[in-house]
Design a binder for this molecule. Structure first.
Ligand code: MOS
Length: 698
């Protein structure tokens, strides 16, 4: 066998040619014989009851096959862990505006959509409550915050420490609702064969969708197969089963034909989750030498009437800086709104905006450089838990970034650099994201011709995961990557972690490494591969259970330069620089793209993205890409991404920390800090819109 150095190389995506030629099929393009189309009808009230659905006129239209409503839809089963958002068309209650109230099924997409638009639904509306506020009377402390962290933590005595601190920063920050907009809208096509269900679905984890559908339709283990070979982005919006997949399966059962349900871009704003708005109260106290004596982070977020989603916004403050007195709290209010969900770096993205902005304000108040402030408050163990870090290279990232960005020559005074209409400033923020792994299974097969096949229910949502896993398998098998085929996105390959929480590659690589090592061991023993090949299976559940308790995180430093137009209030971003310490980077090309993508999304978070709630109608009014703005090419200039060589052997066998999310963490704060440096005005509420900038300059 040939030795390889596949890991780390900037290998092109293995499916690149298939994608650019259209050979790669996405869920909404799978051509099943005789399929029809389902179009979702959404509620037009935020709270109340469906009193009547008159389907006759729609059923009489050409091509219409059925109208599914709560009266005739198949009954679903629920288990303790069933996502209540998936119990579609089971009762007449409307719990948010945009909830599915019917599915119109027709021979063509146009017929289905026309029918859906014409369907006559009568409601009995009730007063709704959709306005999120930090003084909402129904705020409560959830039992835990996502995914399973304590709601509140407290070390020492924050109030006493703040009372005697030389310098105090006490400020409130807010971030708006933000909406996941992967390029590929959610889509599924479902087909029944007796009590067996096959669904091609766009998601971040086929086995989790298989599990949900098995429960909902009361099926036997193994009766559901979910296929998701190519997925056009997710950002968390496809991290759990979404109603479109359930509706497709219901429609297929009802009509006894394969049914395809594709969400429109507009429908996604209510049906696939979004980032909760947050309000965050920060209190930081420091000695005269800029040593933190107290840090308090209180975070407010919203959830729905359907189920509790408690964003872990203040988690970041439990680990970033050494503060002997440290308190974090989360409060949530259930409104008549769609359920918030995961969106790239849930918790850390909004949380880092508040913490890293407050640290910048503290640096100014103490008269120290913001990098020096972070160096002085670098903890030796995780402050909240006392656990040792498996590795922590935040300071190295800050120093490396300062070098690359040219921080040393920075004049700390705000509002003094002007180039014509433009005020110029720079800012810095820290970044972090958890580095966890979750149980997964994999199979590795040696074929008689000397090639290998690896099967794992991994999901490549455009990240390059399939390519990275091929590199890992090739490295383990000591074979060239061309001899290794990695098959993904089929729930029949067995249970595996979703592409989420930046845990995909860490989790899958563990299972793949284990299967490949086992396979090599077997091959060594038997000497030669029999004609039918040899397969080794792996399951990492026990390995992960046996892991030592450590604080495992990736860290990074974000630098930003902004130019602020004093006449229009527009903020431009000529430069971003991110340096990350994220364990072993498997593929230099796709890895860099992930980090650039995260930082680009951070530009959106800082300057553009904002779901605007209409209190009267109870909906996010800007629910399309014409009115909900994300960064486009013209908004993105020089993004310099690099990483520090980090060898952490206490993570997983391949030493992976995960890079899907850390790129967005801290970016918005670095930009807000740069806007302060440019203008002298502190923006504590995102996004930093032109009107807000102009108001501050006036
Ligand atoms: Mo990511 S928001 O954990 O899918």
């Amino acid at each position: 066998m040939t030795a390889t150095t596949a890991i780390g190389a900037g290998l092109n995506r293995i499916e690149a040619a298939a994608k650019v030629t259209g050979a790669a099929r996405y869920a909404g393009e799978i051509p099943l014989d005789g399929h029809a189309y389902g179009s979702v009808v959404q509620s037009t009230i935020a709270r109340g009851q469906v009193t009547m659905i008159d389907a006759d006129a729609v059923l009489a239209r050409p091509g219409v096959l059925a109208v599914l409503t709560h009266d005739n839809a198949p009954r679903l089963h629920r288990a303790d862990d069933t996502d209540a958002e998936l119990l579609v068309l089971q009762d007449d209650r409307v719990r948010y505006r945009g909830q599915a109230v019917a599915l119109v099924i027709a021979e063509t997409l146009e017929q289905a959509r026309a029918g859906a638009e014409l369907l006559d639904v009568t409601y009995q509306p009730e007063d709704h409550d959709v306005v999120f506020a930090a003084d909402h009377p129904r705020l409560y402390a959830p039992e835990h915050v996502n995914p399973n962290y304590p709601t509140d933590t407290s070390v020492g005595d924050v109030d006493a420490a703040l009372a005697s601190a030389a310098i105090v920063v006490d400020a409130t920050y807010s971030t708006p609702a933000e909406h996941n907009n992967p390029m590929e809208p959610h889509a599924a096509i479902a087909q029944w064969d007796g009590d067996r269900l096959t669904v091609y679905d766009s998601n971040q984890g086929a086995t989790s969708v298989r599990q949900a559908l098995t429960t909902l339709f009361g099926l036997a283990d193994g009766a559901v197969r979910v296929l998701s070979e190519h997925v056009g982005g997710g950002f968390g919006a496809k991290g759990s089963t979404r109603p479109h997949a359930v509706l497709a399966a219901m429609g297929a059962r009802f009509t006894e034909r394969p049914i395809r349900v594709t969400l429109t871009r507009q429908q996604m704003f209510a049906m696939v989750g979004y980032r909760t708005p947050t309000i965050q109260h920060m209190r930081l106290g420091a000695d005269a030498d800029a040593t933190l004596v107290a840090l308090e982070h209180t975070a407010y977020s919203q959830t729905s009437q359907v189920l509790e989603f408690a964003e872990q916004t203040a988690l970041i403050s439990r680990l970033m800086y050494a503060a002997p007195n440290l308190r974090t709290r989360h409060r949530v209010v259930a409104l008549d709104v769609p359920t918030p969900r995961w969106m790239r770096a849930p918790g850390e993205a909004p949380g880092s905006f508040a913490l890293e902005s407050a640290m910048d304000e503290l640096a100014t108040a103490c008269g120290v450089d913001p990098i020096e402030l972070r160096v002085r408050n670098e903890p030796s163990v995780e402050p909240d838990s006392g656990l040792p870090f498996s590795s922590r290279n935040l300071i190295a990232c800050l120093h490396e970034g300062a070098e690359r960005f040219g921080w040393a020559s920075r004049d700390p005074r705000p509002g003094v650099r002007r180039d014509g209409r433009w005020l110029i400033g720079t800012g810095v923020a820290s970044s972090t994201y958890p580095a966890r792994s979750a149980p997964s299974t994999a199979a590795a097969t040696a074929l008689a011709d000397g090639s290998f096949v690896v099967e794992i229910t991994a999901s490549d949502i455009g990240t390059g995961a399939r390519t990275a896993l091929t590199q890992i398998a090739a490295d383990e098998l000591r074979a060239p990557t061309e001899r290794v085929e990695v098959r993904i996105g089929d729930s029949d390959f067995g249970q595996a972690m979703i592409a989420g929480g930046s845990m995909g590659t860490a989790s899958w690589s563990w299972a793949i490494a284990k299967a490949c090592r086992e396979l090599l061991h077997t091959l060594h023993e038997i000497g030669t591969v029999p004609p039918e090949g040899v397969t080794a299976h792996a399951d990492t559940a026990e390995d992960i259970k046996a892991q030592a308790q450590l604080s495992r995180h990736a860290f990074g430093a974000q630098f930003a330069e902004v130019r602020v137009d004093v006449d229009t209030g527009e903020v431009r971003v000529p430069r971003l620089c991110g340096v990350f310490a994220a364990g072993r980077i498997i593929n230099a090309k796709t890895g860099r793209s992930q980090l650039i993508g995260g930082m680009t999304m951070g530009i959106g978070m800082a300057l553009l993205e904002e779901g605007v709630m209409d209190p009267q109608f109870g909906d996010y009014v800007n629910h399309d890409l014409a009115s909900y703005h994300v960064p486009v090419n013209g908004d993105v200039h020089d993004i310099d991404v690099s990483w520090i060589d980090e060898h952490d052997d206490r993570l997983n066998p391949v030493g992976v920390k995960g890079i899907g999310e850390i790129g967005i963490v801290g970016t918005a704060a670095a930009l807000a800090n740069a806007v302060w440096h440019a203008t002298g005005h502190r923006h504590r509420h995102l996004p930093i819109r032109p009107d807000r900038v102009l108001t501050s300059l006036a």
